[in-house]
Write a protein that binds this ligand. Structure first.
Ligand code: HT7
Ligand code: ZN
Length: 876
């Protein structure tokens, strides 16, 4: 359990030029021969040993320049290989043979089998489970890989790069050789072999090169990859147009796999995907699934430049590829769909997932300075806050400056293993901006609070804004210095038009952006004939927690008038958020829950506002979740009171709006064939939130039952089923619908995952009994990450009432499941364990129960480093 520190970084003593591999796949084992061409680095000690990483490996043989190495010259353990007495100068080859058992690999890292298919996952440290290697991202080499297998069992043999050779071997076996001309780190290595179907297509790049596009799926399902293929081609066009990035190999392949620890993996030229992000059609997938496939396909494709052509020097720089690539996929979705709706969805995701991480015991900076287990750092902070930092850079240097900085980054660092400093330097040089203070965002953990106060002097026509920033020292202890915060703003006139701001000379304002650099700054806007409504932090221009002194009246006006759709949404969302907090306090005191009818009216008016796109209206009407309300309350949280309050508020809005919602809902019914496009999805999203209000108002399940029975697509059918389960869990109609759904989709694992998840998230203390019973269901398989996440993960992270039961039984159950899963798959177990991260926010009784469950878990014998790391940090 070693701590790895950024300050300890130093290059390797040996340089690697090429990797030649032969991987022979058999039913019970795999033999791997790896030939490395190495050379001692200039300036490295002449006596330095070569220390290669390993993980659960067995060495079969070792040869230096073709001659077996004497056992006295090396030490081989499952965890590493140290070789002494290697040549002081000149290049030499090392041939390393290992034998693996992929069929027993339940960790799903390295080479493993999923549904009979051999596949690999090497990021972050999986390659060392295949062969002994300098398994770190700053060791780049070109690879030539020969794969051999039984032809009937594995007609498809794939690896990175371009196909070089293939042919038949004795005994019904065959081989394929793949050549990857682009130097890459080992984490981008991939190999796939199996009996797969293929959806083939092609793309012509902007310079006229033809690229074969292949998506491989399990047998009989290639047609379900059509949307993924379309998303891939759109991503390729977008990256050419928006960033000037062209694809660089003759082939781009995607393989859909059913056992996968994460969403997907950007291996060079051979992306491996969780099949959840490839396979779909309207009968089995929701609009959310379509959007997810589009995003993940784009994300992995965009990594070809931001991650693969330019990789990371070390894992501390992970946000260099992940934050930047999330920013790129967000921009892609904004361009393909609605920019405002995408921004709202991204910010909702950030505040729901990253804020609790940043404000709890698992807090860490966007560029961490130390870690024990790198796979625990694929977090919302690295990905989503990392993307926000890139967005802030774009706001600071402007869109043209951002493109110039990116162009310089691609030109200067192509083929490099780069750092955050390299990245920032490109924007500084391309635009002349000073990003010294901005760089603190990468090293200081926590969410800064941005406080904004406004004062209007009608006699002088002056608006005075006082902006203050405060960053509390959190558990990571990484500093609290004031940072450069770009605050986009607008001054909205009574007619909804933006007034032209005239800041007093010397104010840190450029156009519509205030550059807050000090702990506190006062800015005066002059020449105002009327008191404007302040629209602050437009488009969420910085990853801060905003506190304003704005009155309810002003928020209601902004919810109606603001020309910035994001801020219009936020004005409403803040009003509702405050109302829900007040309602929770009412419910906790046993008092009737009250809701200001003016707030309900603002929501109803938004629902009816035909000038707004339906998807935006749906966002406005989707109230903060129970977890959001808990976060807003911050401490001493009682999830039962939140549930009662939220439900009462939904019912109150439903009753007030019922007469207007009903015709609107009916009018959204589709004419013609189903289409997954963004506009149609937006109409379905609006219909869905309206249906929930209508059900709450009527108190009967009829409308949901009707929709469940007649829907011809998964979006509407699953929305109806969800409302039945969540609102009428004990109703016979709900039981019947759940059973009908199961028997209809029994053979489709992705739909059955939804069936498990839905039951796991029913907001009731009795959900625990259901979930426990479902662990014994014949379709439940703890070893399958999607299934484990669907039941245990969804219960822990998505059921506020069930997981946080006052008697602690929810915590004890999840801890027990984490322990069982840890024996199979530590990464997935650790990810589920992060659900405990907000345990300190609850009331003292729950706090004590959660602490006890974590403490008990931490004392379990044989716990993986992955789970131990999360549990121990959570207790800190
Ligand atoms: N870059 C990929 C990360 C990833 C991963 C990390 C740890 C363990 C398993 C994994 N599978 C994929 C995903 C991405 O961000 O694109
Ligand atoms: Zn990524």
């Amino acid at each position: 359990d070693q701590v790895i520190r950024l300050t300890d970084y130093r290059p390797t003593d040996f340089q690697l030029a090429t990797v030649d591999m032969r991987v022979q796949l058999f039913a019970e084992h795999a033999d791997v021969l790896t030939v490395l061409q190495l050379e001692r680095r200039a300036g490295a000690p002449a006596t330095a040993d070569l220390v290669l990483d390993g993980d659960e490996l067995a060495l079969v043989s070792l040869a230096l320049d073709g001659t077996p190495v004497d056992p006295s010259q090396y030490d081989a353990t499952p965890q590493g290989l140290t070789i002494r007495g290697l040549p002081e100068s000149g290049s030499f080859t090392l041939a390393i043979e290992t034998r693996l058992q992929p069929q027993l690999n339940t960790q799903l890292m390295g080479l493993y089998r999923s549904g009979g298919v051999w596949c690999t996952q090497c990021e972050a440290e999986g390659f060392r489970r295949i062969t002994y290697f300098l398994d770190r991202p700053d060791v780049l080499a070109t690879y030539r890989v020969r794969v051999e297998a039984d032809k009937a069992e594995a007609p498809v043999l794939l690896s990175n790069g371009n196909p070089a050779e293939h042919g038949l071997l004795d005994g019904g076996r065959h081989f394929a050789v793949w050549d990857d001309p682009f130097p890459k780190p080992s984490y981008l290595f991939a190999l796939v072999a199996g009996d797969l179907d293929r959806l083939g297509d092609h793309f012509t790049t902007m310079s006229g090169r033809r690229v074969a596009l292949d998506i491989y799926t399990e047998k009989g399902r290639a047609h379900e990859a059509l949307y993924a293929m379309d998303a891939l081609k759109r991503s390729m066009v977008w990256d050419e147009q928006r960033f000037g990035r062209e694809y660089d190999l003759d082939v781009f392949s995607i393989v859909a796999i059913s056992d996968f620890n994460m969403g997907a993996m950007e291996n060079k030229g051979l992306n491996v995907f969780n099949h959840k992000y490839v396979l779909l059609d309207s009968e089995t997938a929701t609009d959310g699934d379509y959007a997810g496939v589009e995003t993940v396909i784009a994300h992995e494709y965009f990594h070809n430049w931001t991650g693969n052509r330019i990789t990371c020097r070390d894992w501390f720089q992970l946000c260099l590829k992940e934050g930047l690539t999330v920013y790129r996929d967000q921009e892609f979705s904004a361009d393909e769909r609605s920019a405002a709706v995408k921004r709202i969805a991204s910010v909702r995701g950030l505040t729901a997932h990253q804020f609790p991480e940043d404000q709890g015991p698992l807090q860490h900076p966007v560029r961490p300075s130390e870690y024990r287990e790198i796979s625990n750092f694929y977090t919302a902070t690295i990905y989503d806050k990392g993307a926000e930092l890139v967005r802030m850079i774009a706001t600071i240097v402007g869109q043209a400056g951002f493109r110039a900085g990116m162009d310089l980054y691609f030109a200067r660092h192509d083929g490099d293993a780069a750092t955050i400093e390299d990245f920032l330097a490109c924007f500084v040089e391309a635009t002349g901006a000073d990003l010294t203070q901005f760089a603190l965002w990468y090293s200081q953990a926590g969410t800064p609070v941005l406080k904004v106060e406004e004062r209007f002097d009608a006699d002088r026509g002056e608006l005075t804004l006082t902006l203050g920033q405060h960053l509390a020292q959190g558990p990571a202890g990484t500093g609290t210095l004031p940072m450069h915060i770009p605050v986009r703003f607008g001054l909205v006139g009574a007619n909804g038009q933006d007034l032209v701001p005239a800041p007093r000379d010397g104010a840190p304002v450029e156009g519509d952006v205030i550059h807050l650099r000090d702990a506190e700054t006062t800015i005066v806007f002059e020449g105002l004939g009327e008191r404007p409504y302040l629209s602050i932090l437009r488009d969420f221009s910085a990853a801060v927690a905003l506190r304003t002194s704005q009155r309810e009246r002003d928020r209601l006006a902004l919810a109606r008038l603001d020309g910035n759709p994001f801020n219009r949404w936020r004005a409403l969302s803040d009003l509702v958020g405050e109302a829900l907090q007040a309602a929770t306090i009412d419910a906790r005191g046993g008092n009737p829950v009250r809701l200001n009818p003016a707030i309900a009216e603002a929501l109803i008016a938004t629902a009816l506002d035909e000038t707004l796109e339906p998807a935006l209206r749906a966002q406005a009407l989707s109230l903060p979740s129970e977890a959001d309300i808990a976060r807003l309350l911050g401490e001493n949280v009682d999830p039962d009171a939140i549930h009662i309050a939220r439900d009462a508020v939904v019912t109150a809005i439903g009753r007030q709006g019922e007469k207007r919602f009903a015709p609107l809902f009916a009018g959204l019914a589709r004419q013609g064939a189903f289409s997954p496009d963004a506009d149609s999805a937006g109409r379905r999203a609006l219909a869905s939130v309206l249906l929930d209000f209508l059900l709450a108002a009527s108190g009967t399940p009829d409308r949901a039952v009707q929709q469940f029975r007649t829907a011809d697509n998964m979006t509407e059918q699953f929305a109806a089923l969800t409302m039945l389960c969540h609102r009428f869990p004990e109703d016979d109609a709900t039981r019947d619908a759940l059973a009908a759904f199961y028997s209809r989709f029994e053979t489709n694992a992705l739909v059955i995952d939804k069936w498990f998840s839905l039951q796991a998230t029913v907001p009731s203390p009795s959900a625990l009994a259901t979930v426990r019973a479902l662990t014994a269901h014949p379709a439940f398989r703890l070893a399958n990450p999607n299934r484990a996440r669907a039941l245990i993960g969804a219960f822990a992270a998505g059921n506020q009432i069930g997981f946080n039961r006052a008697d602690g039984a929810g915590y004890a159950f999840v801890a027990e499941m984490i322990q069982a899963l840890d024996e199979l798959n530590p990464q997935v177990a650790a990810r589920i364990a992060t659900a405990f991260r907000s345990w300190r926010c609850f009331d003292s009784g729950r706090r004590e129960k959660a602490r006890a469950a974590l403490a008990q878990l931490s004392e379990m014998k044989g716990l993986s480093t992955d789970v131990k790391d999360i549990v121990e940090r959570s207790l800190r």
